[in-house]
Every structure is written in C-alpha cells, then in structure tokens.
Ligand binder design. Structure first.
Ligand code: C5P
Length: 225
C-alpha cells in the first residue's frame, strides 16, 4: 500500500564542517561516492517501496536540492530545529494515506531491510516503530569532567531512522508539542503523548553521518558496493 517518507535535510552540518569555494555546504549535499547524501537517502526509500517523499531543505539552497532529487519529490523549507523541519514536511502530507516514515538525510546507506522491518511492524498494528542497535561502549553519566554514575548498558539502545508512525498518531503528536520543546527524534514526540513505541533491529549501515570520520567510512562503503 501507499507509504509516505519525510526526509529531514535542513541541518547546517556544522559538526561535519564541509566547505566549498569558501562557503559552508549543507550536510545533506555533501557527496559520498559522487552523489549527495540526500540523493542516496531518497533513492533508498523509493527502492524500499515508499510511494511519496517530502524533503525538508534549507530554504536558501532549494534549487541545489531540486537539482539532485527526482522530480516527483516534494520540497518544503526546513525549520530552525529538526522538529520544525518535520512539522513543515508533515503539513505537506497530513491528508495522505498509509503510514509515515521520518528519515534523516544523513543516513545514506540505510538498508531496504530496515525500512521493511519498520513497515512490517506498523502493518502488524504498532502506532510507532524505531530501529535500534545495542550500546557497545561502557556508558556513564558525568558532571563536568567527573563520572557520577555508570548506566546499565544492557538496557540501552541507540535509536536510528527511518522511524515509522501511524499517520493520524504522528499528526496528533506534532499538534500537541511546540518546536521550542527539545526532541531529537520523532518517537519521543509521539511518546510525549503516551503512545507506546516499538523497536525493531536497526543496522550499522544506517549510521548517521555527523563528524568527518563518518564520511570516511561512508566513502569506503560507497566504493566497496
Ligand atoms: O543534528 P542531527 O544530526 O541530529 O540532525 C539529524 C537530521 O535532521 C539531519 O538529516 C538534518 O539535516 C536534519 N535537520 C533538519 N532541520 C534542522 C536540523 C536538523 O532537517 N533544523
């Protein structure tokens, strides 16, 4: 059936630090394997069977995004926060049909199998689904530079995207929060409404490109594919 994907691509990429001709390059336009991150991410979703894609882009770079994306993809201006960017993309498709996936443009090599697991959990009745991986490092809480507590690693998970939602649930959740509240993903917006969030296995290949080292790994993967 139909499924919509919202791809958030409006981040500045300050931590990645890409520069072209003296100007900062938005992270989603940084190329891996000769193709921008956002183009990889959108192609992956379409290959996995998503039928409609809306991408939130930095307003001042709209033409550059349109030039590297398929014509059927809708572009909306991003917000000041990730939450604002999702809100703008959701407004464009609130009256559509089928589930909604929300995906980071910065996860270019997300396997189709991860998308399929998220969609399958939604089809089985979950209203919210996130792909997760275990935490491999010892993880602690600090106060300044001092460790104040160890956190029980076995119960922790790293949360990836695409995250999947029943469409009405996601629309209602975004109507109930403001962009000033701090949310780093969409499942936390939905959980703020009391909706249970289910997990499915994620994949290391769905890792988010954030710092320059991530780009080195992604480039190696692009070459090896
Ligand atoms: O900052 P972070 O790495 O968590 O961003 C995750 C995703 O959210 C990225 O794909 C980024 O482009 C997007 N984003 C956005 N609008 C913002 C901030 C981040 O679309 N204002």
């Amino acid at each position: 059936g139909p499924a919509t994907a919202l791809v958030v691509a409006a981040g500045s990429g300050v931590r990645l630090g890409a520069v072209r001709a003296g100007s900062p390059v938005p992270k989603a336009l940084v190329e891996v394997g000769g193709r921008p991150l956002v183009a990889h991410a959108v192609a992956g979703l379409l290959d996995a069977g998503v039928t409609d894609v809306v991408v939130a882009v930095p307003a001042e770079h709209r033409d550059a995004f349109a030039a590297v994306l398929p014509a059927e993809v809708a572009l909306v201006p991003g917000g000041a926060t990730r939450t604002g960017s999702v809100r703008n993309a959701l407004a464009r498709c609130a009256d559509g049909a089928g589930p909604v996936l929300v995906h980071d443009a910065a996860r270019p090599f997300t396997p189709a199998a991860v998308v399929a697991r998220v969609l399958a959990a939604l089809a089985a009745g979950a209203r919210a689904v996130v792909p997760v991986l275990p935490v491999v490092d010892t993880t602690v809480e600090v106060d300044g530079d001092r460790v104040v507590a160890e956190v029980a690693r076995a119960a922790l998970r790293r949360v990836q995207t695409p995250q999947g939602f029943d469409r009405a649930t996601l629309v209602a959740a975004y109507a109930a929060v403001t962009d000033q509240q701090v949310f780093t993903d969409d499942a936390s917006v939905v959980r703020a409404l009391g909706v249970p969030v289910h997990t499915v296995p994620g994949d290391e290949l769905a890792a988010k490109i954030t710092v320059p080292h991530d780009l080195v790994l992604a480039e190696r993967h692009a070459v090896a594919r």
